[in-house]
Design a protein around this ligand. Structure first.
Ligand SMILES: [Fe+2]
Ligand SMILES: [Fe+2]
Length: 311
């Protein structure tokens, strides 16, 4: 049996990977790739939240939003710290990487426009984070990550509950109901895209083979739907998905994936798309990608320039 097959078998029998010596190159690369996506996702969730910070309706909501932002920076720090321990130059990654090379979800390349969108952002996207990281927390074979996720798991739950509170409160106000629905209409399919290509198109994944995560993309998408859809229904928000009694699964009421009108933030439900085109859209990045990455990098680069001036 080769080294890779042996390690795959060991982790599925419960072996916990602790150091680089426990890994083969394939495991190390899959782990680095996973942590990079996680770190970038956590950190780049901050600029969209900050983009509407001055629209916070109360001091209390401002404080809550700041707490969420602080948590996200902490989560990003955990992922980058784990990468640094694996020998990755995280300063280079953080402050000198081209914006289009960041691995955050497409949904985070958009400025938010209302406080209600912050609610839907937390209720949908943090729920996606909670689903993905909850799975890693439960299943991952990488010990240092599993231990760090204890804190992350609890905090993501707080974020998604905050989103639910904002949405529920807004739905109680007849004047705001339409605004909630508008935010849900563009953010619901975006959240579904978080989980990546359909299982039938992805024959194997090193992440699953080496048990960096436990569930497949479609299984995680189902898990997200199983809490997001009942919540939306309970507050009177319409979503393009329903529970199918016969199969015991949630079914989407639109072609997924489908085309997206970036300019108007509108899904074109009458225009089905391929995952190949969706990946191309992801790679092309959303409208605020450059601006948001520069926002993250600006302080460090200004400080560096100042130091060089002094020297
Ligand atoms: Fe987070
Ligand atoms: Fe979060």
């Amino acid at each position: 049996m080769d080294q890779g097959a042996l390690l795959k078998e060991k982790v599925h029998e419960g072996f916990v990977v602790e150091t680089i010596e426990d890994m083969n190159v394939e495991y190390l690369n899959a782990l680095k790739q996973t942590l990079l996506i996680v770190g970038d996702t956590e950190l780049l969730s901050v600029p969209p939240l900050l983009s509407v910070y001055d629209k916070a309706p109360t001091l209390n909501s401002k404080i809550t939003a700041l707490a969420v932002i602080q948590d996200e920076i902490g989560h990003a720090h955990i992922a980058y710290r784990l990468l640094a321990d694996l020998g990755v130059d995280t300063k280079e990654l953080l402050y000198h990487r081209e914006p289009h090379k960041w691995k955050n979800p497409y949904a985070f390349d958009f400025r938010l426009t209302t406080w209600i969108e912050v609610g839907v952002f937390n209720a949908f996207f943090d729920r996606a984070g909670y689903t993905l990281l909850g799975d890693a927390y439960e299943h991952t074979s990488y010990g240092p990550w599993k231990r760090a996720l204890v804190k992350v798991d609890k905090e993501e739950l707080f974020h998604l509950r905050n989103g639910e509170i904002i949405m529920r409160t807004a739905m109680e106000d007849p004047e705001k109901r339409e605004e909630v629905q508008r935010a849900v209409d563009w953010m619901f399919p975006m959240a579904l895209e978080f989980f990546g290509v359909a299982d039938e198109l992805k024959s194997r994944s090193a992440q699953l083979d080496y048990k960096l995560k436990g569930r497949s993309n479609d299984e995680l998408r189902q898990k997200w739907l199983s809490t997001a859809v009942p919540f939306c229904e309970s507050i009177g928000v319409k979503v393009p998905a329903h529970y199918d009694e016969a199969t015991g699964k949630y079914v989407l009421d639109f072609p997924f994936p489908c085309k997206f009108d970036v300019e108007n933030r509108k899904w074109l439900f009458d225009q089905p798309d391929t995952w190949e085109n969706v990946i191309a859209r992801f790679k092309q990045r959303g409208p605020q990608n450059r601006e948001f990455v520069q926002q993250i990098q600006a302080g460090a680069l200004a400080m560096q320039a100042l130091r060089e001036e002094v020297v």
